[in-house]
Design a protein around this ligand. Structure first.
Ligand code: HPA
Length: 272
């Protein structure tokens, strides 16, 4: 696996230009791809162009790397990601994160669409992730440890960089953005939760629930890369506020959250 990752990283390095040294990795989740339009000097590389890379199967996820500059920072953007529910192993799911790590990113920013569980949340809002709960029943770090990437038992204390989060609270205040914060729980999906499952996930301490992000943060922390995460609240698993949800609802709410996130992420790039 290590050789596969190094090979993919070398291929990506050649395609984006050997002198482009990415500082920040940015994962754009469901319905949040529009920030990519803000990238300057953009180079696109589809995941399919990299040797041994999986190809995304979800229509709402484009599935490519974008290299470019955002507010003066050299950024590698993942427009679209792989999910466990697509049938990939978690080791495959985190391949793009591994590759970004091998190319030297010093901070990972992840975004996702999620169901809100905290009573104060509304759809179209944004939650800053302060911690996570892995409910996938699997980890990308299972199997023989790849010692070149990180330790067998990586520490997950303060997995979501607290100093960066403190900075983000100030940026949100400056921008007049109502920013929730809390714990993100990752489930397998692809079905959304039943009312009983939403109640359960709330009970065990989560503020939002989704089908991604946790494997990526595990892989990044394994490599010693500090992480920051945001959830676009696209539907509500809150008693009294639940109703049937379509992919269209999720995408429309993500678009709304995306506008807030874009303002916040652009400001964050300046200080990261
Ligand atoms: N549950 C799980 N994943 C999700 C949800 C949800 O309610 N909304 C968007 N992704």
């Amino acid at each position: 696996m290590y050789e596969v990752l190094v090979n993919a990283a070398e291929t990506l390095r050649k395609k984006i230009g050997a002198d482009f040294e990415p500082e920040i990795g940015l994962v754009l989740g469901t319905g949040l791809g529009q920030l990519a339009d803000k990238l300057q000097d953009k180079v696109e590389v589809s995941y399919g162009e990299l040797p041994d890379f999986p190809v995304s199967t979800v229509q709402s996820h484009a599935g490519k790397f974008l290299a470019g500059t955002l507010e003066g920072k050299k950024v590698l953007v993942m427009q679209g990601r792989f999910h466990y529910y697509e049938g990939y192993s978690l080791q495959q799911v985190v391949m793009p994160i591994r590759v970004m790590g091998l190319l030297g990113i010093r901070h990972l920013v992840v975004t996702n669409a999620a169901g809100g569980l905290a009573p104060a949340m509304e759809t179209g809002e944004v939650m800053l992730i302060t911690d996570h709960i892995n409910m996938l029943g699997d980890s990308p770090l299972c199997g023989p440890n790849i010692d070149q990437l990180g330790p067998r038992f990586p520490d997950m204390h303060e997995a979501y960089a607290p100093k960066t989060n403190a900075l983000i609270r100030v940026l949100a205040l400056e921008e007049g953005i109502r920013l929730h914060e809390g714990v993100y729980a990752a489930v397998m999906g692809p079905a959304l939760e039943t009312a009983a499952e939403y109640r359960y996930i709330r009970t065990i301490g989560a503020d939002a629930v989704g089908m991604s992000t946790v494997p990526e943060v595990l892989a990044a922390k394994h490599m010693g890369i500090p992480c920051t995460g945001f959830s676009a609240i696209t539907d509500l698993g809150v008693p009294g506020k639940m109703h049937a949800v379509s992919l269209q609802d999720v995408l429309e709410a993500a678009e709304q959250s995306g506008q807030i996130l874009e303002r916040l992420l652009l400001k964050l790039m300046k200080v990261l």
